[in-house]
Design a protein around this ligand. Structure first.
Ligand code: ADP
Length: 542
């Protein structure tokens, strides 16, 4: 027997309409050069209506993809709603991808139009000859359009000026595609996830909950995570849903820029990958004059959060990091590391033991870990297995891809992450399967070693990779970046002794090499593919 509920589609049109009616005076602020651009949700909604008219005028058909090549700005945020609410598909392009991969994803998605920030036009100029589907370029500029060879090309502001404040929004089904995003290719070629309205709607509800990021109308939200990295982790959608003030950093992502922005806008929530917060911490330690007391939490994910980083922010600056784990394939929220109420009484050490785990599954996400035979492993906090997930905002297939479909089976998605799950239901990522060091038939977690090394007071960053070994198959090599003030003042033996005190002997890296910086991926993660390549001929000491 069926229930008797209205058939109300869960689409982003509801968020758009709601915020415009309920929170018209709340502000959206974007840093542009030395000044701030400010307007309200009422202003924003009018421009979103106009922008939908532009899509119609440019002849983009329902369901077709619209590419964006842009920083985190109010214009990008206008596209975030106009495109899906008009029944087109928002495809956020990763502006840090190498040109050949950018060409690949634009052609693969068959983007019809590309909306680009003026500062990124030179990037498009370079690849335009290889684009097969793009019929129009639209440039988002504050003044005159930059000179370029793009054709046909229009000015975003001129197109908007010609449209009306009220667009006749089409009826949408909740399962229609709203947006798409390619993985950043940390471990392979980019693969596409296609998100439905329903997925984003439910994801926003879950992310906003107090047992999750707890985002409310009172918050001032600054997504440092790029709007092309899994929809800035969904934050612009969730913030719209609740009517929170939003702050966009534009291209100004240096630690002083971000700290000044947090201070001047009184930001309460800011989110990004650990490397961002490592850089910001170094700046805070150098110049202690910033006031970041408005922050009530920082969701950090994308890679494991080093414990030392979490402890420093909380104990010295009073800012708790909320670690989250997710994937582009999951819209992206999977787990959040918030403590249960009875854990509040635990000793501090034990609380941190828990907080550095990747956390409990969000409502809406089922998890399990399986061994190599596909058998579920117990939730004992020890046994390792590959994490599998299912839920309403997890893709059921990659978009237009023949390979990789083995990652979906029996309604579950294989994440490629090796984890243990403890009796409280918290997962701990041991490693990505591709980053594990397989030594003598046993596994060594590169993540655990890195975190331990990064706890050393003289160390800024550390990455551990596997080096082929004739006897043990693989052995760990540690690549370490010393803090600016300690260059040349830290020894290999110091690192090895520290690790020997913490781990069993065979986990200790056979060698430690000091480097100037750990290479980063296009979304700011440690790029171990590059390191493995750089050190493929490295000879470990006997
Ligand atoms: P890419 O696969 O290109 O890196 P994603 O950003 O979607 O793109 O990466 C998802 C992966 O990032 C996860 O499968 C996991 O390996 C890693 N990850 C995300 N959050 C965390 C976290 N909090 N701790 C450890 N690893 C994480």
């Amino acid at each position: 027997m069926n229930g008797l509920m209205m058939d109300y589609p869960l689409t982003l049109q509801h968020f758009l309409d709601r915020v415009a009616r309920l929170y018209p005076t709340k502000e959206i602020a974007t840093k542009i050069g030395p000044t701030m651009h400010r307007y309200t949700y009422a202003d924003w909604a009018k421009r979103v209506n106009r922008l939908a008219g532009v899509l119609e005028r440019l002849g983009v058909a329902r369901g077709e993809r619209v590419g964006t090549l842009a920083w985190n700005t109010y214009r990008h945020y206008e596209l975030y709603f106009a495109v899906p609410c008009a029944g087109r598909v928002l495809h956020t392009l990763n502006l840090r991808l190498p040109p050949d991969q950018l060409v690949y994803v634009i052609n693969h998605a068959e983007d019809q139009v590309i909306f680009a920030d003026a500062s990124l036009v030179p990037l498009l100029d370079k690849i335009k000859g290889h684009l097969k589907s793009v019929k129009h370029f639209v440039v988002m500029a504050d003044g005159a359009l930059p000179a370029s060879a793009l054709s046909p090309v229009s000015s975003y502001e001129e197109l908007l000026a010609a449209e009306s404040d009220s667009f006749a929004w089409p009826h949408l089904e909740e399962n229609e595609a709203a947006a798409m995003c390619y993985t950043s290719g940390t471990t392979g070629n980019p693969k596409a996830a296609l998100y439905s309205h329903r997925a984003i709607f439910l994801h926003s509800l879950a992310q906003g909950m107090s047992g999750s990021f707890g985002i409310s109308e009172r918050d001032i939200v600054l997504p440092v995570v790029p709007m092309f990295h899994a929809n800035a982790w969904g934050l612009p959608f969730t913030s719209t849903m609740v009517g929170a003030k939003q702050v966009f950093p534009g291209p100004h992502l240096s630690p002083p820029d971000l700290l000044n922005l947090i201070q001047s806008e009184r930001v309460t929530i800011t989110a990004g990958v650990p490397t961002i917060w490592i850089g910001i911490l170094a700046e805070l330690e150098r110049n202690g004059h910033y006031d970041i007391s408005s922050l009530r939490t920082m969701p950090v994910g994308g890679s494991a959060v080093p414990r030392a980083l979490m402890e420093k922010y909380e104990k010295k600056y009073g800012v708790p990091i909320t670690q989250a784990w997710g994937m582009t394939e999951m819209t992206p929220l999977g787990t959040v590391s918030v403590l249960k109420s009875y854990m509040a009484d635990w000793p501090e050490e034990r609380r941190f033991d828990y907080r550095v785990k990747q956390g409990m599954p969000s409502v809406g996400v089922d998890i399990r870990a399986v061994d190599e035979d596909g058998k579920e492993v117990p939730w004992d906090g020890k046994t390792m297995g590959e994490l599998e997930v299912r839920g309403p905002w997890i893709i059921s297939a990659y978009y237009k891809m023949e390979g990789n479909q083995d990652r979906f089976h029996d309604g579950w998605f294989r994440t490629g992450d090796v984890v243990s799950i403890d009796p409280e239901g918290y997962i701990q990522i041991v490693d990505r399967t591709k980053d594990l060091v397989k030594s003598g038939g046993e596994w060594i977690s590169s993540v655990d070693l890195e975190n331990a090394i990064m706890a050393h007071p003289k160390v800024l960053e550390a990455a551990v990779i596997a080096i082929n070994h004739p006897r043990w198959q693989e052995r760990p090599l540690a690549l370490v970046v010393a803090k600016a003030d300690f260059k040349g003042q830290i020894s290999k033996e110091e690192i090895q002794e520290m690790l020997a005190a913490k781990f069993t002997k065979w986990w200790v890296p056979d060698d430690v090499v000091f480097i100037d910086a750990v290479p980063k991926t296009s979304v700011g993660k440690f790029d171990k593919k590059v390191l493995r390549d750089q050190f493929k001929d490295h000879v470990l000491p006997a």
